[in-house]
Design a protein. Structure first.
Ligand code: MCA
Ligand code: AMP
Length: 463
């Protein structure tokens, strides 16, 4: 099955513009290099090389494993080792570390390839690494069919057509920036302007000079835009502003609506489920609500004992979803895959929601304090605790998300340690994990609050 649409506009990224034919010719040359591989890793900078490499994987029918380019050595080694990727696709100036797969220098490949392989809807297109509450990130297996179904549902919900010009500056190693933001444009056929980073002034310039009509951002991007009236006003000519990956604060929704003249469309999803719930281009948009299920998606709420929860718009429960766009499972983790589904086949999102009689969903929180959302990034407390505990001076560590005006939540660590300072610990974590996983705040404390079983009670953590 084909993931890409039959025709489409150019991709502009990092100051380069690739026409459709040039992109497909280049990606086909990548496909010729990787054909038959079990999976390939892509050093996923926001560049044309990344787009060509990912599309090359799609054309070759080879699963792509995007590597966050700033991931520290421990995280990178885990992703490469766990995925078993046999090749690394990157620009030629990237030097693989010892033990890493051999490099295919994407920039050195010709732009006139023609390799295409047959692939089925059930074949894995992407393996996206995402954090759980404990341990190292898990590889989420996403099929071609799920991506196609997810993108088609969004195109319908947002009236997204080749007439749109999609603009965003999100990272190319998550569902938001890569699946929606690159494959979405290539499937729908709309031109894409990637702004490098998602800065308000870059969005404003793309609206005015690039004809941008459809804009994607995480709430941090929209809150920064709302704080920059000149940039926000430049978006008045847009068609649709879409927010997702984390809760959009109501005051940001309202300020953005005042300045841009657009009530943003909010949508909710996960790496494991793609986007499942959204407001519609042609319908109502309500601050604080993420909309109604996309075509083909079923949702329900479950109480703590698994029992049903009324759809009264008030009673919260854990959100469960069932849909053709769900993931195939976690790579090498049948136990974790089984645990994430109920006995009757629904995926447990771990998010707490309400559903109104009219079907509108509101996300009110998460079941676990151990998953943090900072700037739209999903961060597992356990992974950071383990990184801190690797420091010889650290005896105990507990990590939580605390409110942050710009990022939604910030990573905050409580640490029992001897003779080490806060900054040293932040730098130590930065030495093994990605930039956004570094604690912003470290509290050195004498002890951690524990219950009778000896388990840390995170709700009782205070500086
Ligand atoms: C960061 N910095 C730090 C620390 N952390 N410095 C000291 N201590 C720390 N602990 C540095 C950074 O390196 C950066 O430096 C500077 O502080 C500012 O960082 P930050 O505040 O994080 O801002 P930013 O770099 O501008 O990033 C904000 C961002 C980013 C652009 C919104 O968080 C982002 O791209 N988020 C998108 C995440 C995303 O795509 N999620 C989708 C997941 P310097 O300036 O020197 O670099 S997919 C998903 O969720 C689903 C499916 C869905 O629903 O979409
Ligand atoms: P990730 O797997 O990185 O995509 O993170 C998925 C998580 O992001 C979900 O489980 C939610 O907790 C959160 N999330 C995504 N979109 C929204 C939204 N619109 N409102 C609130 N939370 C969201």
């Amino acid at each position: 099955m084909d993931l890409l649409g039959e025709s489409g506009g150019p991709v502009r990224i990092a100051g380069r513009e690739l026409g459709r034919d040039e992109l497909l010719g280049w990606a086909s040359a990548v496909a010729a290099e990787i054909r038959g591989a079990d999976s390939v890793a892509v050093h996923a900078t926001a560049t044309a090389e990344t787009v060509a490499a990912v599309v090359g994987g799609v054309l070759a029918g080879v699963p792509v494993v995007p590597l966050p380019p700033d991931s520290g050595p421990a995280e990178r080694a885990h992703i490469l080792g766990d995925s078993g990727a046999s090749l690394l696709l990157a620009a030629g100036d990237v030097k693989p570390a010892e033990g890493e797969p051999p490099l295919i220098p994407v920039d050195a490949l010709p732009r006139n390839g023609s390799t295409r392989a047959q692939a089925d809807a059930g074949d894995t297109a992407m393996i996206l690494y995402t954090s759980g509450t404990t341990g190292a990130p898990k590889g989420v297996l996403i099929s071609r069919g799920a991506i196609a179904a997810g993108l088609d549902a969004l195109a319908e919900a947002w009236a997204w057509t080749p007439e749109d010009v999609l603009v965003h500056g999100l990272p190319l190693f998550h569902v938001h920036g890569l699946v929606l933001g690159v494959l979405g444009a290539l499937r729908v056929g709309s031109p894409l302007v990637h702004t490098g980073r998602p800065k308000p002034e870059a969005y404003a310039a793309a609206a005015q000079d690039g004809g941008g009509s459809l804009f994607f951002g995480v709430p941090t991007v929209w809150s920064r835009t709302a704080a920059d009236p000149a940039a926000a006003r430049a978006l008045r000519g847009a068609r649709l502003l879409v927010s997702g990956s984390a809760p959009l604060p109501v005051p940001v929704f309202e300020r953005l609506a005042d300045l841009t003249g657009h009530r943003p469309v909010e949508r909710y999803g996960m790496t494991e489920t793609l986007i499942t719930v959204s407001a519609r281009a042609g319908g109502d948009r309500r601050p604080g609500y993420v909309g109604t299920p996309l075509p083909g998606v079923e949702t329900r709420l479950a109480a703590e004992d698994g029992g049903p929860v009324p759809r009264d718009g008030e009673t919260p429960g854990e959100l469960h979803v069932r849909a053709p766009l769900l993931f195939k499972g976690y790579l090498n983790r049948p136990d974790a895959t089984a645990e994430s589904f109920t006995g009757d086949g629904w995926f447990r999102t771990g998010d707490i929601a309400t559903i109104g009689p009219d079907g509108w969903h509101r996300i009110v929180g998460r079941a676990s304090t151990d998953l943090i959302k900072s700037g739209g990034y999903r961060i597992g407390a356990g992974e950071i605790e383990n990184a801190l505990l690797a420091h010889p001076a650290v005896r105990e560590a507990a990590v939580v998300g605390t409110p942050h005006d710009d990022l939604g939540e910030q990573v905050t660590a409580y640490v029992v340690a001897d003779g080490v300072g806060e900054t040293q610990l932040i730098d130590f974590v930065a030495g093994s994990l990605s930039v956004h996983k570094r604690p912003r705040v470290v509290h050195l404390v004498d002890s951690l609050p524990r219950n009778a079983m000896g388990k840390v009670v995170k709700t009782r953590l205070t500086p």
